[in-house]
Each structure stands twice: as C-alpha cells, then as structure tokens.
Design a protein around this ligand. Structure first.
Ligand SMILES: [Zn+2]
Length: 549
C-alpha cells in the first residue's frame, strides 16, 4: 500500500482454512456470491451469497488483518464478490477471469478465496482501457480507468508510453514475472479517498478526477502506480513470513515492513525514473524530501528506531485512533522512506564492495526471480534475505541492517545518498510541485509547521520554532503579523524573516480562545534539495539509466 487512509472494500471469509498459494481446491464446494450495485451512488451494495454447509454448527469469520494495510482495520460493512450485477451501461476492470456475461450480469470463474480477496474490481459509467504491454512482452498488461466524467479518461500518449515503459523496465529490473496478466485499476474521482493498494495481478489506485489532464500527470501518476506494481514482486510473490498468515484472523507480524514497503518504495521510485515518468530531478527531489523529513523533520528518530515504526504499525496506523499529529516526535510509517534510503545505501555498498561488478539488481534477480507459475507466494525471513544478499556480495549484511534498523540519531539517514555522490542541502529555491514533493511547503523546514490553505494546523515539528512558540496540531492560524491569514501572507512573512529582527506573530484559535504566538525565526525560505559532491562519482545517474530502451 502507499500510505494512507482507510480501506473501503473488505470481504467475507469462511471458517475453512486455505493456503496462501492460489490453488483452487477442487474438492471443496464453491461459495456463491452475488452483489447488486444498482444503488452504488447511495453507497449501498446488495449481496446474495450461497455458502455450502453441512448440518451442525457453522462459524463464519470476517477478515480482520488485511494484507497491504498491515493493521486490524477490516471494516465489516463492505464486500466484494464473485458474481456481480451492475447498473446498465457500467463497464468494469479486474484481473478476475470472466466465465460468462450478459447485459446485466457477469459471472467470473471460480477462484480460491484468498485469490478473490486479492482481486478487486472497479466499475463505472465512464471507463476506458489502455494497453500497456511492451513490444515483445508475452504477458498482457493493461490499465483500466474509471472516472466521474468522460473527459477525465483522456490519458495522453505520453502517460501511456511512460506506463508501458514502467512495465518494460520491470522486466529488466526483476528478470521475471509472477502473474498470468496484470491490470492497473485506476479510479479517478474527487469523492473517494486517494491511495493505492497492491494485489498480485492488479493494483487498486485512486487519484483526483482530473489528474490525467494535468501537465503534472506523469509525475503524479508514475510514482504511485510504479510502487503498487512493484508490490507484485515485493509483497505478493515474496512476502515476509510474519505477513504470510494462513487466514485473515491471524495477526500480521509487521517487523519486516522495511523490506515489504521500504524495498518497494526503492523499486517504485526507480521504475518511475527509469521509465521517464519522473525526470532525474524528480527522483532527486523525492530523495531530498525523504532525507529532510527524516532528519530535521523527525526529532522522533532520537528515541525511536525505524524498526519500531514497523513493529508498532498496527497501533500507529495513519487514520487509526492514535493519529492526531506530532508525527515528527511519535514517528509514523517511516519504514517506507527510511527503508528506501537504507536500500539505496545497500545498493551503494554492493556497488562499492564489488568495484562496480555487481549491483542490487543481481540480488533482485535471485530474490524475485524464477519461473512464472502464475500468482504464487514464497515467504521469506530476515535470515534468508541476508543470505541472498551474501550470494551477491560477501558482507556483514546482518550487522548492516541491525545497526541501521535499531539505532537512533538526530541526523538524516542519508548514507546512501552520500555514498552515491550527493548530499542533502537546503536552499530558497522552491521545488516543482507534484507527488515527489508532497507534504513539503514553505513553512515545513522553516518554522516547522504544516497547515491547510484555511490555516488549520495538521502538524508541528516537535522542538521547532512554531512548537516553541506554542503551536500544536488542531489549532487554526487566523492572522499573520496583524493581518488576516492567507497562505501567501504567511509565505511573505517567512521570506521577510531573513532581514527582519522582529518575530513572526501568528494569531491562533485554540478551541474557542484566541492566542498570539511569537515565532523567533530569521532564516528565510528553506527547501530540501540534493547537491552533487564532485569528489565522488554520480551513482544515482547510473542507477536511473533505463535498461529496456
Ligand atoms: Zn506499498
């Protein structure tokens, strides 16, 4: 999953135990499940399900621990199904194979229950499919797009080519595929939450309605879709043993999420850059943002090691009951970005130790390689991971990971960036907008404040200037230096702080009280960037070179 919010769909499971490998048990009778989506606009799905059962007590379970979300958040109010009738004229996309289809009813081929849960379906009045299969590629790839308007489906040839390049580059990066065919399922709507969830033969990604019409479309779409696609190898084909549970009632053991999500983040950003969906500058900007957010933006790294952010995710999951700001101190799901930076460091170590003869890609070819037997699951442990890395380059990989995963530091985890010939800097130059710089604004690395355009404070960097002045998440900024708040007026005040000896004065609403917070800050604008270290070769440049074109 790429960070975020609440899963909308969830499903029903039977008491019958089933394996994680997609093998249809011919001997057990099939569940019959029908969903009437004629009232979908009212958020009502009617379900008719036939469960074969023998006389005697029957226990029904509902999935609680959901793969990809990594937390016990399965809402019991939703369902997706094997047999679905849709509003007239609606079209659909899914990796499930159709058995037969009439005007109003589609029956899908029977699949094992875990395959059903791993195979979402999107449907809508406005639907279009684009082929993403690169020339010469034997496995079919496509993107199915549904949106709230016909106009929003207008994917540019540039984006279609970029996504086809993602598929082509993945073939080189992994050297193998483990699915029968692959569907990118993209929902474009301003009325659904925006996130992506991985599946073995598809991904369920949701973005704003008009994202494909934006000049930023490659940047906005590329990172998310490449990440979810990479999960087909990292997370679905290879999955940590603790996340490979026999049913949906067993708690997920999440300590290896720095691989499941961290390695996937590394792979996804690399594929986005190699495909041309991102420019090299977009990639550098993304790394700079991660490094800054985990350095000056994460005082919590002085007490909580990144491993603990993975172990504890079930309790700290974004959107869960404990989320309420101060993420900089409590830390969030940092195993994504910190994991990515650590995998970059591992790549640099392999390159250095082998004098350029080997790369992390050699590890990917062993770890994620093998014959394409369709969707299958091969669980792994930390020991197997480090043993496979030792097959590529003999090194103290156990010590490498343990020292980085279990230590605390106020410094940014920028070892991989530095070993690649770059360093994190802050300048007044504003980065180009887009997903690569998401969440970073003029106030983030200056006064240590994130807020909406309406002035509602979403978060404050613990111990930063705004924090010292008394600001906290949930407050609302109403005025800046005696004027009514706008984002632009706050930006002006931060710019002017460099030549102004007076503090920035914010009028803040705390519950139903007003309060003045004086922020003692005088360094002007600061945005994170990567700068070249001319003393070292540029290894990032080498990593980003496309292999399939
Ligand atoms: Zn993910």
């Amino acid at each position: 999953m790429i960070k975020l919010a609440v899963r909308l769909w969830l499903l029903l499971s039977l008491a019958a135990a089933f394996g994680n490998v997609f093998v249809l048990a011919e001997s057990s009778p099939a569940i019959r499940l029908a969903v009437d989506a004629t009232q979908a606009p009212q958020k009502i799905l009617r379900v008719h399900e036939v469960i074969p059962a023998a006389p005697g007590p029957l226990t029904l379970f509902y999935p609680k621990w959901i793969q990809g979300v990594h937390a016990p958040v399965g809402p019991i109010s939703n369902l997706t199904g094997l047999k679905i009738s849709l509003p007239a004229g609606w079209k659909f996309g899914t990796a499930l194979l159709v058995e037969n289809q009439s005007t109003s009813e589609i029956a899908f081929q029977s699949v094992a229950l875990d395959c059903l849960l791993d195979s979402p379906l999107i449907a809508g009045e406005y639907y279009r499919v684009f082929n993403l299969t690169p020339p010469g590629e034997p496995v079919h790839h496509e993107i199915d797009v549904v949106s709230d308007s016909e106009a929003a489906l207008a994917m540019s040839p540039e984006v279609q080519k970029g996504l086809t390049n993602v598929v082509a580059e993945s073939g080189k990066l992994f050297g193998a595929r483990h699915y029968r065919n692959y569907h990118f399922l993209l929902t474009l709507s301003d009325h659904t939450p925006h996130f992506g969830v991985e599946h073995h033969e598809s991904n369920d990604s949701r973005l704003p309605e008009r994202v494909l019409l934006s000049p930023l479309a490659p940047r906005e779409v590329g990172g998310l879709l490449a990440h979810e696609f990479a999960h087909s190898w990292s997370g679905k084909f290879r999955r940590p043993k603790g996340l490979s549970t026999p049913d949906f009632q067993a708690p997920l053991q999440t300590e290896l999420l720095w691989v499941y999500e961290g390695n996937t983040s590394y792979l996804g950003d690399l594929l986005a850059a190699r495909s041309g969906m991102w420019t090299a500058d977009d990639y550098h900007q993304a790394l700079a943002g991660y490094a800054a957010s985990l350095g000056p933006g994460r005082p919590g790294r002085t007490w909580r090691p990144v491993l603990d952010t993975a172990v504890a995710v079930a309790g700290t999951f974004t959107g869960g009951p404990d989320s309420g700001g101060w993420t900089s101190w409590r830390r969030g799901s940092d195993y994504y970005e910190e994991g990515e930076l650590l995998w970059l460091e591992a790549a640099a170590v392999i390159h250095d130790q082998s004098h350029g003869q080997k790369s992390l890609e050699d590890f990917f070819h062993i770890f994620y390689g093998g014959a394409n037997n369709g969707p299958e699951l091969k669980p792994y442990t930390f020991d197997e991971l480090t043993q496979t890395m030792n097959q590529v380059v003999k090194y103290d990989w156990v010590g490498f990971w343990n020292s980085r995963l279990m230590s605390v530091s106020p410094e940014s985890p920028a070892g991989g960036i530095e070993a690649s010939g770059w360093k994190l800097t802050f300048t007044s130059e504003q980065p180009a907008p887009g997903r690569t710089s998401r969440g970073i604004s003029v106030s983030t690395f200056t006064i240590g404040l994130n807020l909406s355009r309406e002035g509602v404070v979403s978060d404050v960097i613990f111990g930063g200037s705004a924090s010292k002045a008394g600001l906290a998440p949930g407050m609302k900024v109403a005025g800046v230096n005696g004027r009514l708040f706008t984002a632009e007026i706050l930006e002006d005040a931060i710019k002017a702080s460099k030549t102004n000896s007076r503090p920035i004065e914010l009028l803040v609403i705390v519950n139903d009280y007003y309060k003045i917070c004086s922020i003692d800050y005088h360094d002007g604008e600061r945005y994170p960037h990567l700068a070249r270290n001319p003393d070292k070769p540029d290894y990032l440049d080498e990593l980003l070179k496309p292999e399939a074109r």
